[in-house]
Design a protein around this ligand. Structure first.
Ligand SMILES: [Mg+2]
Length: 142
């Protein structure tokens, strides 16, 4: 990997830091593996799988209840709480007034999170690594 000075000499500018949902996803999963190696979790970016032109998305979709299932499931029961489910986003999904931004997929994800909370899970949107880390630490250390 090139250092920043070499990169700037070669291309005249520094690369923009990547801020994607996939990157956040990787960071959170790596953190879980390093910090809590015995805690089982499952990650899957439904939006990534359902996008694209192949019919793979339709196959996956037909086997599930509906769109919007959270990206990350952490199987760790605490008391009556079944575990933790996080829907990872690259950007904040809320407007300044605290309401959800527009978008059918966002509404579906929010409905899933609401359903899960009513069924004993901690479930929420996370769009920054520090937030996800704090939520995970609080849950797994309680
Ligand atoms: Mg997501």
């Amino acid at each position: 990997m090139r250092d920043q000075a070499t990169w700037k000499r070669s291309f005249g500018h520094l690369p923009k830091p990547r801020r994607t949902e996939e990157l956040l996803h990787s960071q959170v999963c790596k953190y879980l593996k390093l910090q809590y190696p015995k805690v089982r979790f499952k990650s899957g970016m439904e939006g990534e799988r359902l996008a694209g032109g192949s019919n793979q998305g339709l196959k996956v979709k037909s086997r599930n209840w509906g769109a919007g299932h959270p990206d990350l499931v952490i199987y760790h029961q605490v008391g009556v709480c079944c575990g933790l489910m996080l829907e990872l986003k690259k950007d904040k999904p809320y407007k300044k007034d605290g309401t959800l931004k527009a978008g059918e997929h966002l509404q579906e994800q929010d409905a899933w999170l609401y359903y899960l909370r009513r069924n004993g899970w901690i479930a929420m949107f996370c769009w920054e690594f520090d937030h996800a880390k704090r939520v995970i630490d609080e849950h797994l250390n309680s």
